[in-house]
Design a protein around this ligand. Structure first.
Ligand code: SAM
Length: 197
């Protein structure tokens, strides 16, 4: 029943704390918010809410941070805004306030593939970008450039299925889900991608 479920979650949380002493931030970067149509903005909000749903299974939810979170985002977001971390300023400033100077940027244009050695970083960054019109090509690398200008060390990493980005779902929440499956459940990248296809 309910107790059993609670107990299981508790054990899992304890277990996790031992394995991951410092829980990382998963940052959804809304730097490109204004490039989106209203409909796309709605999709971003939905995907952020779904990301919260995924994270809550493992973490508290506060580890989900949304940067460049303006009033429009806050008014359009129908998820529990007080249970996540919202930051109105830039990602670089957020990181500085948190004392983080090194991040992993999930970037389909990266040369290197995400791997276990990346999992001890203190922040993962996912672009708060939704592609429907194909007008936002290569906007993720721009997020990286912006951070580097501010002195943050950026490890750009891609997620692939059998070596190729083709076939990897590009929704924000699915990218987050793939990372969690690999990092916490110890699944291989291919297995994790299959589960979120
Ligand atoms: N149009 C964007 C571009 O060309 O850079 C891609 C946006 S994608 C819809 C949303 C976010 O999901 C990206 O910013 C990135 O963080 C993440 N993402 C999507 N596919 C990915 C992949 N294969 N590997 C790593 N990150 C990915």
């Amino acid at each position: 029943g309910c107790m059993a479920k609670k107990f299981k979650v508790l054990i899992r949380a304890e277990d996790l704390k031992a394995r991951i002493p410092e829980w990382p931030y998963f940052i959804i970067d809304l730097m490109h918010w204004d490039k989106h149509t209203q409909k796309e903005k709605g999709k971003i909000c939905l995907q952020v809410a779904q990301s919260y749903g995924l994270l809550r299974d493992y973490f508290t939810g506060k580890e989900l941070a949304v940067t460049w979170a303006n009033d429009e985002f806050k008014s359009m977001f129908h998820g529990p805004v007080e249970r996540i971390t919202t930051y109105e300023g830039s990602t670089a400033n957020f990181l500085k306030e948190e004392g983080i100077d090194e991040v992993v940027l999930l970037d389909p244009w990266a040369e290197e593939v995400l791997g276990e050695e990346d999992f001890d970083v203190k922040a993962f960054i996912i672009g708060g970008i939704v592609d429907t019109g194909g007008t936002k090509k290569k906007t993720t690398p721009k997020i990286g450039e912006e951070l580097e200008k501010e002195g943050i060390k950026v490890h750009r990493r891609k997620i692939v299925l059998r070596g190729d980005v083709v076939g990897v779902p590009d929704r924000i929440n699915r990218i987050l889900g793939i990372i969690l499956k690999m990092m916490i459940d110890g699944k291989s990248m291919d297995e994790a991608v299959y589960e979120f296809q």
